[in-house]
Design a protein around this ligand. Sequence first.
Ligand code: PLP
Length: 386
Amino acid sequence: MHHDAGFDTRAIHAGQEFDPTTGAVIPPVHVTSTYAQDGIGGLRGGYEYSRGGNPTRTALETQLAAIEGGIRGLSFASGLAAEDALLRTVLQPGDHVVIGDDVYGGTHRLIRRIFGDWGVRHSTVDTSDLDAVRAAIELGTTKVLWVETPSNPLMKISDIAALAELGDEAGLTVVVDNTFASPALQQPVSLGAHVVIHSTTKYLGGHSDVVGGALVFAPGQEELAERVGFTQFAAGAVSGPFDAFLTTRGIKTLGVRMQRHSQNALAIARRLDEHPAVARVLYPGLESHPGHALAASQMSGFGGMVSIDLAGGGAAARRFAESTELFTLAESLGGVESLVNYPSEMTHASVKGTEAEVPESIVRLSVGIEDVDDLLADIDATLGRV
Ligand SMILES: *Cc1c(COP(=O)(O)O)cnc(C)c1O
């Protein structure tokens, strides 16, 4: 495969050479914990023990690096395990982190509760406001700038290139959580980010059947990648071979899925936008969204996530979330099937009472790739009930 091959070609072929012994087009799933040695230390292909390395995980890590344009990918047991490995490698007690005020609730909880207890301080800021970010950075002490764009669940858009420049000036590590957009629509490494993180549980896996996480390192971050690779090996939160296989399988169709997610989400956002029960639709694909122009410049599509602010407040939002038929009420996102979530009591319950609290009037939709007419009919019927 050519190194400058297109996105879908890389997604389908990187790390997927056919099996040299049988010709199997799909590389086998290597269900093994350990590897025979040809004499002491005589490893075949460098594999010794599957916490340190497994060919099915290597295939996924190769694919991850290729689709994000990075120099190395690392695959973990969950998105939070990936975040933990990165932060534990970069931070020491006394350090400071700047995070978006609207990041995934679990990320906020990890930094506040686990790293907070360990003596790491943090500030939450609106990362779509560059002056606020500049003011929050403590030179010499801030070691990480954590950006999520589009953000979760308020769909705010932050300027990755400008934030990366700020981070470079301040000598800190700029991390972008690219879970919502996926590399099919947004490539943070090409915009200057140092590390990209994913919950591969979401769009990359894409079928709501596997939990996983990933880190991808930008060119120039070889040394950091090496250190985090050591943490992955030494702390051990790796993905198993079946999970790695399912994730690789999902990634092969990511490009076409994201196109359809984006089309369906735009149609639904427009329909919601016309209805009096809806005070605001938060979708970067709508011209009325404050981040629309920026999203159009740094993304190649607007994705499948749509949040709405119900005019009737918390009671209406609960009624909406509990009365859809095709949209299933569940946490998570990014699968082929449509889901509805009530953030303040579900995905973001852990940030209630903090600066990252989500308003009770918000409902978040993960728009799937079903027939759009069926989804629109479900939305229309649901709006009739709130
Ligand atoms: C789900 C999610 C995570 C955490 O990933 P897990 O796989 O659930 O550990 C992190 N960031 C975002 C944006 C997410 O949606």
